[in-house]
Write a protein that binds this ligand. Structure first.
Ligand code: ANZ
Ligand code: ZN
Length: 793
């Protein structure tokens, strides 16, 4: 009978659903395994074959763990708030509520066709009020603990999306969503104090089994620097600077302020060239922080003539400059500039003719400066001391005069959390003239996102919700007086900060998650998704999780114990798949033509899981042929005895799944089936093969399993054990003779051919020694026993 994948696959998808075999049990009598996929944003264009590569891997792991006796939690849902649906609404007038629902239906259908083993009874959708009630609840807890605050500082603003953005959403100075250059704007906003968790977010990375690359990106993003705050006095004012190199202070020959520094405004009348300074400050406003800190750009700046600052180490009067490479957003927006030992300061001083004084001795190349640690020179009482001693020494010395103290700085900024857009969770706060800002009481949650007619962002810093007066006007929950609702919405990252908790207890109306269930299922044992979320979702979720830990809602300090990133699948030819390039391969079509099992198997076979790989239609055709060979294996009731290759395959596949080497597991299957296509295979052996093949190609294996006379799904079978002795390659001790005398003994695989053995043998020192410069005349070979090398004597 021919292998008809359409018939087989749709049959089993229905059976699985009807028998609810992927339903996760809440009873806690077996060990659990929580296997989580990053849930998708249901976009309008559907999935391409690259998206589900991670889902296929997590599906293999989930089915494998289930057969190993774990109670597997393997859920799926929808991260459905966000700009694309809203922009679509702007273009077409179709409500985001409706297009989102359509897109989810489409995605779900695509995912179903792949035969993935999700427990759909736990499906969640971040735009469902029953879900976002708890997103709002968490926000209120953050607010109550002083971790959500209102701010009016200038923030990143995307002029195209007409909304504020978090630092993490600005990539190389551009909006993460639309690529428009991001500017600054003064907008009232809600900010979350992620900085309060900076140290824990940094330190606890050590607890995680994550790719080192992602951990390093988070470390850099948090950017912890140890150093000192030092006060420079000028005209009776204190100017505080942050430095990581207090040991260089005797070489601080100028003080440089960021253009936004308040000292400048305050003293503008004392500055002889005040107009020039003002002009410079205006120009600086046009630049982004990225441009300003670009090391390849020329270091511009203006001296503030008539003003001086006192270097607290040596009492010298040093000039004060304004320069835009000093950022107002880091440290105190002021630096002590040490041209002899800092590259940027050196460039600046060279260009503007400022004094350069060496204070650390160290060897350097011609025309360069020394930026390392060393011995102090030109540094008064600290001369001759090493940097490592001088750093605490100088801090202590100046500290005694009240001019310095140890300090730690972070690059990470608080998280700008409000968006001036429509399609997001309303921030559940009320502004009352009498009571101020009041959180909406828990009993009144969720604050439902009202339907609007106009999605147009206003661009004024207010969201489209501000125009719905009967929604905005409300009663104050405290005094019942007239009050107005907060009209900003949450960013697209809010719902994904805690969704993994909701799968554990999706219908709980009293709590975001039942504590006992949480304790059983958490942490997530394996999290699979793209690497592009390194400092966005993966950092934000860790932050919320730690907060939930602090208020006693979760029991683990980290949410995701192990993380794996899937590599991209590129188009044939190596380009990125995209709709605009017209090179997208649709999974639906592949499933139709070759079957879901073929697609799953091919995406695992295509290359190492974490590396990118190019699609090839020939490749999937090859895999499909392999499945046909599996279909045609001749099974017999006769006992054919033990099969060494089968044991070897069980061992290899088990280890490969544990190590995420799905590609080599597929190769192992191919080797086995090639061997089996030449013989008859006993029923028992074939059954063992089906069990290990099942996680990779579940439909065909269910069908073949049934044809062996089984009624239950193969998922309830126990993962096969292998006999370690049988799984070993057979080895033999092989004798090497030279001119009839035994000279060496080598262990080789049984049945090795003469040519292969020669390659090994002639490389051996013991053999080389005896042959030396003699000529080999002939060899005598006895399989599995010996080789006799006859040479000239
Ligand atoms: C004097 C000095 C001498 C410095 C030296 C470095 C080398 P990280 O490691 O990134 O934390 N700095 C401080 N505030 C700044 C700001 N707002 N804008 C631009 N630069 C700023 O860098 C800390 C160093 O960056 C500080 O140490 C300061 O320069 C500079 F041989 O102080 B240093
Ligand atoms: Zn009130």
């Amino acid at each position: 009978m021919k292998y008809n994948h359409r018939k087989v696959e749709s049959k089993w998808q229905v059976v699985w659903e009807e028998r609810e075999i992927f339903k996760t049990s809440d009873s806690q009598d077996t060990p659990k395994f929580y296997c989580l996929d990053m849930f998708p944003y249901p976009s309008g264009s559907g999935l391409h074959v690259g998206h589900p590569r991670g889902y296929m891997a997590s599906d293999i792991i989930s089915r494998y763990k289930k057969m190993k006796g774990f109670n597997v939690l393997h859920p799926m849902g929808w991260d459905a708030f966000g700009l694309p649906a809203e922009n679509h609404a702007l273009k077409t007038g179709i409500q985001p509520q409706i297009s989102t629902e359509d897109n989810i239906a489409r995605f779900k259908n695509q995912i179903r066709l792949l035969g993935l083993s999700y427990d759909w009874t736990r499906e969640i959708n971040t735009t469902d009020p029953k879900y976002y009630k708890w997103t709002q609840w968490i926000f209120i807890k953050l607010f109550e603990k002083g971790l959500a605050y209102e701010s009016n500082l200038p923030i990143n603003w995307c002029p195209s999306c007409k909304t504020g953005l978090a630092n993490e959403e600005v990539v190389n100075g551009e909006c993460e969503r639309c690529g428009t250059k991001v500017g600054k704007k003064d907008v009232r906003q809600w900010v979350l104090k992620i900085t309060k968790y900076a140290d824990r977010l940094l330190n606890d990375l050590d607890l995680l089994d994550w790719p080192e690359k992602i951990k390093e990106m988070q470390r850099n993003w948090i950017g912890r620097s140890e150093g000192a705050d030092i006060i420079f006095k000028s005209d009776n004012e204190d100017i505080k600077i942050f430095t990581t190199r207090p040991d260089t202070i005797f070489g601080a020959t100028l003080l440089i302020l960021a253009p936004e520094h308040p000292f400048i405004k305050k003293k503008i009348n004392l500055i002889q060239n005040g107009n020039e300074v003002k002009r410079y400050i205006e120009q600086a406003k046009e630049k982004t922080d990225i441009e300003r800190s670009d090391i390849t750009k020329e270091k511009t700046g203006v001296e503030m003539k008539g003003l001086f600052a006192v270097n607290p180490a040596n009492g010298e009067n040093i000039p004060i400059w304004v320069a835009d490479y000093v950022l107002s957003s880091y440290g105190y927006g002021a630096i002590m500039s040490v041209p002899a030992h800092d590259d940027r300061d050196y460039e600046f001083a060279k260009k503007h003719g400022c004094q350069i004084r060496e204070v650390i001795s160290g060897s350097k190349a011609e025309g360069e400066i020394y930026t390392g640690y060393g011995e102090l020179i030109n540094s008064g009482i600290f001369n001759g001391i090493s940097s490592s001693e001088a750093i605490p020494g100088i801090i202590k010395w100046l500290g005694g005069k009240g001019l310095a103290q140890e300090s730690v700085n972070y690059k990470i900024r608080d998280w700008v959390f409000s968006r001036q857009r429509y399609w997001g969770e309303p921030i559940p706060l009320v502004h009352c003239e009498k009571c101020g800002i009041v959180p909406v009481p828990e009993k009144d949650l969720p604050v439902i996102l009202p339907e609007v007619e106009q999605y147009q962002p206003t661009g004024t810093g207010e969201s489209p919700l501000a125009a719905i007066t009967d929604w905005v006007n409300t009663d104050c929950p405290v005094c019942s007086g007239p009050a107005k609702r907060e009209t900003n919405t949450m960013p697209q990252w809010a719902g994904s900060c805690w969704y993994y908790l909701r799968y554990i207890d999706p219908d709980n109306e009293k709590e975001l998650v039942d504590l006992e269930k949480e304790r059983y299922f958490m942490p997530v044992d394996l999290y699979i998704g793209g690497a592009e979320h390194a400092v966005l979702h993966l950092l934000y979720a860790r932050f919320w999780h730690k907060f939930l830990y602090d208020i006693g809602k979760v029991s683990t300090v980290e949410p995701f114990q192990k993380l794996k990133n899937q590599g991209l699948i590129l188009a044939e030819g190596g380009q990125k798949m995209s709709k605009s390039k017209g090179n997208v391969v649709s999974p639906d079509e592949m499933v139709k033509n070759y079957g879901s099992d073929a697609l799953r198997l091919y995406e695992m076979f295509i290359g190492p899981f974490e590396e990118s790989a190019s699609w090839s239609e020939k490749g999937i055709i090859g895999v499909r042929r392999f499945l046909e060979k599996v279909w045609k294996v001749k099974v017999t009731d006769e006992d054919k005895g033990c099969d060494r290759l089968l044991h070897k395959t069980i061992k290899k596949v088990s280890q490969d799944i544990d190590n995420f080497k799905f590609n080599t597991a597929v190769s192992a299957f191919m080797i086995l089936i090639n061997d089996w296509s030449r013989k008859e295979v006993s029923k028992g052996n074939f059954a063992e093969f089906l069990k290990i093949f099942y996680p990779f190609a579940p439909h065909i294996t269910e069908e073949l399993w049934e044809s062996l006379g089984n009624n239950e799904s193969i998922i309830f079978e126990k993962w096969p054990d292998y006999d370690p002795d049988m799984a070993e390659d057979l080895k033999v001790n092989f004798v090497v003779q030279i001119n009839g005398k035994v000279r060496d003994l080598v262990e080789i695989d049984k049945n090795m051919k003469e040519e292969e053995i020669k390659e090994i043998v002639f490389q051996r020192d013991k053999v080389k020694k005896w042959i030396d410069d003699k000529k080999v005349i002939k060899t005598i070979f006895v399989e599995n026993k010996l080789i006799n090398i006859i040479c000239t004597s």
